[in-house]
Design a protein around this ligand. Structure first.
Ligand SMILES: [Zn+2]
Length: 300
């Protein structure tokens, strides 16, 4: 998100992608478990090879734009989910709105989303009513699930994730985190529609994700975050500057992100030349990372 698909994309482009690539894409991989867990805020949809495979086809444009097959994969690995558990554990329990957030991993649950929309006390009802058409299209109707739009919806306080990429997941968690710190969450969500606020919010959510990886010392994830979050931000910036500017924006973001990753690698080689080994958290739900090892919640 927030409300707008991320990266910017249209149904028309997706339809074109379907026609061009229908025969090239297989089904998504299955996941080892479904339902709730390992953290109660996280729920996981049941793998549906046909729906997930079609979702991959529809997501081809986004995959190309961000140059990663993991975008819109419609299957979120336990390794990616473990990063979310680690992030959730790092946020103090006092930030109640964040801990009320539901994280749906490739899950379509319209009935529960309707309940959350009705009962969400963090956003005033006029704002929830204003967002009702978007909410129905993206969360209640199956089209939103099929399109696989990674987003945070403040009207239900829910993150929807379809991409198997820790940086994208933590970016969306960053939206939920940012929203939880706002005194007037509905007003903030409404103002997000303004270009300047949207660009600031998107930048801030990506900064949170990158800071988290930096603080954990996982350089593999940090560098990977530059390479996907910078082009994603470029789609926003480009689309605000030019018609169809999301494509040149993504290209500039790819160059910028890779240069950033390279400069950070040179910096680490000088000041802290430890091996570049991923410290990804365990994939075992029972071995979820402990809060003591997580970075401060007040990421910049
Ligand atoms: Zn975003």
């Amino acid at each position: 998100m927030r409300r707008n698909p991320e990266p910017v994309r249209t149904a028309g482009r997706r339809f074109t992608a379907v026609v061009l690539s229908f025969g090239l894409v297989g089904c998504a991989t299955t996941s080892p478990y479904i339902g709730i867990g390992p953290h109660p805020q996280i729920s996981r949809g049941r793998p549906q090879p046909l729906v997930d495979g079609l979702g991959n086809v529809l997501g081809l444009f986004a995959k190309l734009l961000l140059w990663s097959w993991k975008v819109d994969l419609h299957a979120v690995s336990p390794e990616t989910e473990a990063w979310l558990v680690r992030y959730i554990n790092s946020v103090p329990p006092q930030q109640k709105a964040f801990h009320d957030t539901r994280f749906r991993l490739n899950e379509w649950a319209p009935r529960d989303d309707l309940r959350r929309w009705r009962q969400n006390s963090h956003v005033a009802w006029p704002y929830r009513l204003l967002d009702l058409p978007w909410f129905i299209v993206l969360a209640v109707l199956p089209v939103g699930h099929l399109l696989g739009v990674d987003r945070y919806d403040p009207t239900t306080n829910t993150v929807y994730l379809y991409s198997d990429h820790p940086a994208i997941l933590l970016h969306e968690a960053g939206h939920a985190h940012n929203s939880s710190t706002q005194p007037h969450k509905g007003t903030y969500a409404f103002l997000y529609q303004l270009a300047g606020i949207q660009l600031f919010e998107e930048y801030h959510a990506s900064e949170r994700a990158i800071f988290f990886f930096t603080a954990t010392g996982d350089r593999h994830q940090e560098f990977g975050a530059y390479k996907i979050l910078y082009p994603a931000y470029g789609t926003y910036l480009g689309s605000h500057l030019l018609p169809f500017g999301n494509i040149p924006g993504a290209v500039v973001g790819h160059v910028w992100g890779r240069l950033k990753a390279r400069s950070r690698a040179r910096y680490y080689a000088i000041v802290n030349p430890t091996p570049l080994i991923s410290s990804s958290p365990s994939v075992s739900p029972a071995a979820a990372p402990q809060p003591a090892t997580a970075p401060p919640a007040t990421a910049p």
